[in-house]
Design a protein around this ligand. Structure first.
Ligand SMILES: NC(=O)c1ccc[n+]([C@@H]2O[C@H](COP(=O)([O-])OP(=O)(O)OC[C@H]3O[C@@H](n4cnc5c(N)ncnc54)[C@H](O)[C@@H]3O)[C@@H](O)[C@H]2O)c1
Length: 326
């Protein structure tokens, strides 16, 4: 099979690339390296089954040509991360929606039988205070004056684009609502908590906790995420469905900081920052966010395999190794 991964030099995209190359598939990627990195794909660059196109997906003149050659597309390219979103919401609005539309247009025109999986986000559940989210839950969005929601709006727009193209052009789409995903190659600098805590703990720096730390999250190892995405893409029953993808084990940010500290053998203090101090403006902090995974399980039989502890140990040892080589 020939697979196209947009955003394939990013965190999750590069793991999808590795997964499909290991299975013997051909993989092409397009990435402008805005948050992705050539380092993420270095191991594949000499693989004849791998092709990297460095381009902005909004302008890429070979999009239709490459789409016409592939059987499957994972559309992962987007501007991601609360810090990045607050830094330039205009770019988020302009990129995330237009990129998805361009991919769907190309598929409808030159490869309507291709299978497409798009990466939506748990952010679309918005300010819903329910905690455990299932796909049929209402979406609660807040005022446009709170800029963090612009990312959720773009991901929701992507979902509606998917349904519009399914309805009008009959294309095959799975909408994966990804919850917090963690693993090697994720960077902390755009506001992701786990790589930030790991780097701080290994470097014996204070761990920075935003708010009171009592907010809870559920973290899924990227090795599980790519398996779930592949199973969904391969499952005819998942066609046309919105499906949560994640791990339903929940942990508070304070407990996470304590766990990372303990596993890294760090005695660093915790520093509490208000959201305003952390982001330079008020944001609506989500208190609890956990996926209900019944639909994913029913469609694919998928169960997350990796425990948070294993993922953290792996990340801590990778960060130690990185420090030894700088
Ligand atoms: N990581 C998570 O926890 C998480 C959670 C929910 C949803 N998602 C979604 O999963 C997808 C992948 O996220 P990630 O964490 O790997 O982020 P990432 O930033 O590592 O990957 C995104 C990739 O897209 C590329 N990109 C951005 N704009 C582009 C453009 N105009 N043209 C070409 N390439 C472009 C970036 O360079 C990067 O390599 C995104 O769509 C994101 O919204 C991620």
């Amino acid at each position: 099979m020939h697979v196209l991964v947009t955003g394939g030099a990013g965190f999750i995209g590069s793991h999808l690339v590795a997964y499909h190359l290991e299975r013997g598939d051909r993989v092409s990627i397009v990435d402008n390296l805005s948050t992705g990195s050539i380092k993420n794909i270095e191991p594949f660059l000499h693989n004849p089954a791998f092709q990297f196109y460095k381009a902005d997906i909004l302008l890429w003149d070979r999009l239709k040509e490459v789409v016409s050659q592939v059987e499957r597309i994972y559309h992962m390219a987007a501007i991601v991360g609360v810090k990045k979103v607050l830094e330039d919401p205009r770019a988020v609005m302009a990129t995330n929606i237009a990129a998805t539309e361009r991919v769907f247009r190309a598929v409808a025109e030159v490869r309507p039988d291709a299978q497409v999986t798009i990466a939506s986000s748990s952010e679309v559940y918005g300010f819903n205070t329910k905690g455990g989210f299932s796909e049929t839950d209402d979406i609660v969005l807040r005022s446009g004056a709170r800029l963090r929601w612009c990312y959720a709006v773009t991901k929701l727009a992507d979902e509606f684009l998917a349904y519009s193209f399914m309805y009008k052009s009959g294309i095959n789409v799975v909408i994966a609502r990804l919850f917090n995903t963690i693993g090697p190659r994720q960077r902390g600098k755009y506001g992701m908590v786990v790589p930030t805590f790991v780097r701080q703990a290994v470097n014996n720096q204070p761990l920075t906790i935003y708010g009171d730390g009592l907010q809870t999250r559920s973290f899924c190892d990227v090795r599980d995420t790519v398996v779930a995405l592949e199973l969904l893409a391969s499952s005819p029953a998942a066609n046309g469905e919105i499906v949560n993808v994640g791990n339903d084990q929940e942990i508070s940010i304070l407990a996470l900081a304590a766990l990372v500290s303990k596993r890294a053998g760090s005695s660093s203090p915790f520093v509490f920052l208000s959201c305003k101090e952390a982001y330079g403006m008020e944001i609506d902090e989500i208190t609890h966010r956990r996926p209900i995974l019944d639909k994913l399980h029913e469609l694919t039989g998928f169960e997350p395999k990796w425990l948070l502890l294993d993922t953290l140990d792996n990340l801590i040892s990778l960060e130690r190794r990185r420090l030894e080589t700088v």
